[in-house]
Structures are given as structure tokens and as C-alpha cells.
Write a protein that binds this ligand. Structure first.
Ligand SMILES: Cc1ncc(COP(=O)(O)O)c(C=O)c1O
Length: 456
């Protein structure tokens, strides 16, 4: 009987999950851990072991079948090929973690924003100003620089309707850092996360040794019984794109109240709506139940690692104490730089020009994808998501890879929902790259039209 394989996947890695799985199995075969003729677990079983979708394992197996490491025997399963042993050189040492072939692909992901190069002078000015200032001599306030917190509180109140004071804002190293801090002070219990949903949030909750409960993203939950918290993206559901309606918001808050649960609102890209005015934050309706998470990853750069958190008042003190005990503060120059970038209007300019770029790019994506797939939600922000048969999504994904592009599969964000399709990010690429990727996707989709066997 096939046994579980000693594999793990890292959901925080930039490498797609199927690349991690194929690299892991290849290592087990080439290193002799899996001998010739050993039968591999079924894609369903391995997917369950690794908590990934079945399409991820199927794609990894397909790659290794194509490379000749594995053979498929009709009706019997997938086995280690004898040719693998006969032709492979002596087992290589396990490769050190680092860039793989996947990193040479241009990624059309949901997270990389468009930063207009014309704003570079503003960026350089901010850092010059920071370099001229003297750093504080001791440990800073664990909540973050008071002036930055004041600037963030003012913006949150004005732009997102989250009425808060500087003392209630905590500067974090980004969304998942904020979530990690919240998890440390929430009462014990499972955490609901949208399905499909943000993979880094799922990984962060599991890392905190909490169970993840799937909350169907297509219809926001109105019962949170038994949960310590629910993690949601109300302004722009990640990755389906839908906006949580007013009645759904009220029902969610009522459910949180009844269950004594906290709603964690990830407000990652609300300022990038270019079709309608940004929808107010959920936290604007109930500060006592909602923990608000914001990020500079879209409006400045993901590499800055900066975000902010406004916790429900009942958790705020414990959260600040926890950060202080652990000396867990964000680097002072980084905070100073964000303060200057906000003060000088850099962030507003980046957001405005990115909105224009996304408004122009989204219809180009739709012009190609709409002929083959259903939009999963309204087009907003820097990506759009398309529902289609798993096989066809995989065909398009592969055609894009052959052309040098990594276009995420919706299946990689899905857990029990089993949704399939493509998630097309259009922020982090040039216009020419986007056009080439769309041509490849179109080719893959046309080539697979008519073949629509469901694999999931
Ligand atoms: C749903 C969602 N939330 C938050 C973020 C940003 O996370 P961080 O602030 O940790 O960079 C992203 C980035 O891609 C995202 O997709």
C-alpha cells in the first residue's frame, strides 16, 4: 500500500504549490527514498495529506510523468519509473532552498502592485530625509511611531470610516504579522477563513496551532458558533473579487456577536477600486467586534513589510503587552519612511496612477478571458478571477508557463470549495508582458475547448 510521503509545502514560499510538490517527489525518487516501482499515493490522498487541492498534486505528477521519473499504469496507479534509476545520475544532494525554475517565470499574481516609475523621485526624497535623522537611543513604543500612528488614524477615519485614535493603531510588519499578533491574544479556538481565500492567512492560522474552518467565500457566513475568529476580506473578497453586501455585513456582525467571535477584516486593496468609490470598512460598523488589518504592500511595496492593525478595544492592551514583551516592533527607518511618503502625498499619487493603470488593464484581461470563462466577481483592484473547468484552467496555466508566465490556478486558493479557474494578476507586469501572457492564455483555452472532463 502506498504510504504518506515525507513532504511539506510552504504556503509562504513564492514557488507555486505544484512546483514544491514536484520538486519534493523528484528529490525522494532521485535520492532513492522512493525505490523503483514504488507506488505513489493517489493524487486525492496526497492532496489530503498536504492540505492542498487535488489539481496541485495532479499537476506535480504530470510534470514528473513528462520528465520520466514516474509512470502511470492504467487502473493501477502511479509508480516510480525504472528508467529513473537506470538513467539518473547518483542521487544529488538535496538542493538548498532557493530560486527554482519557477522563479524565472513572470508572475501574474494577485499581490504585486503597479508602481509608476515616475514616482521614484518621491521615494528617494523620503529615504534621504530618513537618513538625515538620528535614530532613537532606546527601544521605541511597541505600537509604532506616534506620528505615524496619528497619520494612519487620520487616514483610516477619513478614508475608511474607521473612527480611531492614534493610541489604538498598532504598526505591524504587514497583514500576516498583524494576524499573528491577534492570534496570540485571541481566546483559544478554531479560526474561520474564507474558502477560497488568502493562503498566507491559512498558513498563519495553522502556524499558530489553530484549526482552520472553511467559510464559503461565495456567501459570507451568518453563523460563527464555536469559532474564536473569522478572517474575511469584505471590500474585495480574495480571490473571488466580490464585495460583501450591507445585509451580509450586518448578518456577519450579528453572528460574531452571538458566538463571541472576533471578525478579522483584511482590507488589503480597497483603495484600488476604480469602478466605484471604495466601500467603507466593516470595522466602521462595529469597532468592538472587528479587528482591522491594513497594509502598505499595495500602495508602497510588499517588500517594505509594513501594515497597521486596529484591534477591538478588549484585545488592544493584551496585544500591546505581548509586543512589548517580545520586543516586536517595526524597524524605525521603515516607519519614518512611510510617514514621509504619506506626508508628501507619495502614497496618494501611487494609488491614483495605479488605479488608472488597473482600470485600463482589467478590460484587456476581460476581453480575452470572458470568451472562455465566467467572471467570479466584479473586476476591481489588480487582478480578476475567472471560473472554468479545472482541466481547461490547467491547460491555460500550462500554455502561459510555456510562454514564460506563471498565472495562478484558482484551485490553489481553494480548499473544500473545490472551485477551479484562473486568477489573473495584472499589477506587477508591464503592458507588453500582459499582452504576451494573454495571448498564451487564449491559446491554451482555445486548445482545450471541447475537452471539459471534470477532474475535481
Ligand atoms: C488577501 C491579501 N491580504 C493581504 C495581503 C498583503 O499582505 P502583507 O501585508 O503581509 O504583505 C495580500 C497580498 O497579496 C493579499 O492578497
Amino acid at each position: 500500500m502506498p504510504t504518506a510521503l515525507p513532504l511539506v509545502v510552504d504556503r509562504t514560499s513564492p514557488d507555486p504549490l505544484h512546483v514544491q510538490v514536484s520538486a519534493g517527489v523528484r528529490r525522494l525518487v532521485s535520492g532513492g527514498t522512493l525505490p523503483v516501482d514504488a507506488r505513489l499515493p493517489s493524487s486525492r490522498a496526497l492532496a489530503a495529506d498536504l492540505a492542498v487541492s487535488r489539481a496541485v498534486v495532479e499537476q506535480a505528477y504530470d510534470q514528473l510523468l513528462a520528465e520520466g521519473w514516474l509512470v502511470a499504469r492504467h487502473g493501477a496507479g502511479t509508480f516510480v519509473a525504472s528508467v529513473a534509476a537506470a538513467t539518473s545520475p547518483p542521487a544529488p544532494p538535496a538542493p538548498a532552498p532557493g530560486p527554482t525554475a519557477a522563479s524565472s517565470l513572470v508572475r501574474l499574481d494577485t499581490g504585486t502592485p503597479w508602481i509608476d516609475p515616475r514616482h521614484r523621485a518621491g521615494w528617494r526624497r523620503a529615504w534621504r530625509e530618513v537618513s538625515a535623522a538620528a535614530p532613537p537611543r532606546g527601544y521605541d513604543d511597541p505600537r509604532g511611531l506616534p506620528e505615524l500612528r496619528a497619520a494612519l488614524a487620520e487616514r483610516l477615519t477619513r478614508q475608511r470610516g474607521v473612527a480611531c485614535h492614534a493610541d489604538e493603531v498598532v504598526v505591524t510588519a504587514g497583514t500576516t504579522d498583524g494576524l499573528r499578533h491577534l492570534l496570540a491574544v485571541l481566546p483559544p479556538g478554531p479560526v474561520g477563513v474564507e474558502d477560497p481565500g488568502y493562503r498566507a492567512a491559512v498558513a498563519t492560522v495553522r502556524h499558530a496551532h489553530r484549526e482552520v474552518v472553511d467559510l464559503p467565500a461565495a456567501s459570507p457566513p451568518d453563523d460563527l458558533t464555536g469559532l474564536a475568529a473569522a478572517y474575511v476580506t469584505p471590500a474585495h473578497q480574495h480571490p473571488l473579487g466580490r464585495v460583501m453586501s450591507a445585509p451580509e455585513r450586518v448578518a456577519l456582525l450579528r453572528a460574531a456577536q452571538a458566538a463571541g467571535a472576533v471578525v478579522v477584516e483584511d482590507d488589503y486593496d480597497s483603495e484600488f477600486r476604480w469602478d466605484v468609490a471604495p466601500v467603507p470598512a466593516l470595522a466602521a460598523l462595529d469597532r468592538s467586534r472587528v479587528a482591522y488589518l491594513g497594509t502598505a504592500s499595495k500602495s508602497v511595496a510588499p517588500s517594505l513589510r509594513l501594515g497597521w492593525l486596529v484591534a477591538p478595544p478588549a484585545l488592544h492592551e493584551a496585544l500591546c503587552r505581548d509586543r512589548e514583551t517580545r520586543h516586536d516592533a517595526v524597524s524605525w527607518p521603515v516607519q519614518r519612511a512611510l510617514l514621509v511618503l504619506l506626508r508628501d502625498g507619495y502614497v496618494d499619487k501611487v494609488v491614483r496612477s495605479a488605479r488608472r493603470a488597473y482600470a485600463e488593464r482589467a478590460p484587456r484581461v476581460a476581453a480575452v478571458l470572458a470568451a472562455h470563462a465566467e467572471p467570479a466577481g466584479p473586476s476591481a483592484g489588480m487582478y480578476s478571477t475567472w471560473l472554468l473547468d479545472g482541466d481547461r484552467a490547467l491547460a491555460a496555466h500550462r500554455a502561459a508557463r510555456e510562454a514564460g508566465f506563471d498565472v495562478p490556478l484558482l484551485a490553489d486558493y481553494a480548499r473544500s470549495s473545490g472551485l477551479t479557474g484562473l486568477v489573473v494578476g495584472f499589477g506587477g507586469v508591464s503592458d507588453a508582458e500582459l499582452d504576451r501572457a494573454l495571448v498564451a492564455l487564449d491559446r491554451g483555452l482555445r486548445g482545450s475547448a471541447g475537452r471539459s472532463a471534470h477532474r475535481r
